[in-house]
Design a protein around this ligand. Structure first.
Ligand SMILES: [Cu+2]
Length: 165
């Protein structure tokens, strides 16, 4: 009897976590890092470069660092930042991304982003592709990037006029 009860509890737990994964779509945890909503904008099939975005929250008491990202859909991927120089917006590669203890780091349009070069397949709205984050302390985590036509609602609100200063 005891075994049967355990099995039922396990099944219930598994069922609810699967459901949560679908409903909340897109949250990942590894060690003390919490990653939310990895996404990318849909692009025309001819596009050779794209960008991916996500937010990383370090809930721990130790700093970590995002060392690199890899994905089978791109020839290579780089961490980029946007900078203002001579009145122009430019982007440049950053070697690694610091994740201080207690911090939240957002990759979003007009800011830090994951640049995808030499795309090997079209980024079609509604589809997903895997991307692996390599952390100095936490190790490797594969996330699914959601390809969508428009930026998520919260990102659209954030990257409005108020950001331009
Ligand atoms: Cu870039």
């Amino acid at each position: 009897m005891r075994l049967k009860k355990l099995v039922i509890i396990l099944a219930a737990t598994l069922g609810s976590s699967l459901l949560a994964g679908q409903v909340m779509a897109h949250e990942y945890d590894i060690a003390d890092l919490h990653i939310t909503h990895p996404w990318s904008r849909a692009l025309p099939p001819v596009a050779k470069t794209g960008a991916a975005y996500l937010t990383i929250v370090n809930r721990g008491e130790q700093a970590d660092r995002l060392l690199e990202v890899t994905t089978p859909v791109a020839g290579h991927a780089e961490l980029h930042e946007h900078i203002h120089r001579d009145g122009l917006m430019k982007m440049q590669q950053i070697e690694t991304m610091a994740l201080p203890a207690g911090s939240s780091v957002s990759f979003k349009p007009g800011s830090y982003h994951i640049m995808l070069f030499d795309l090997k397949q079209p980024l079609v709205a509604g589809e997903q592709f895997p991307l692996t984050l390599h952390f100095e302390q936490a190790g490797e985590l594969e996330v699914d990037i959601s390809v969508q036509q428009d930026a998520p609602a919260d990102v659209q609100a954030e990257s409005g006029e108020h950001q331009h200063h």
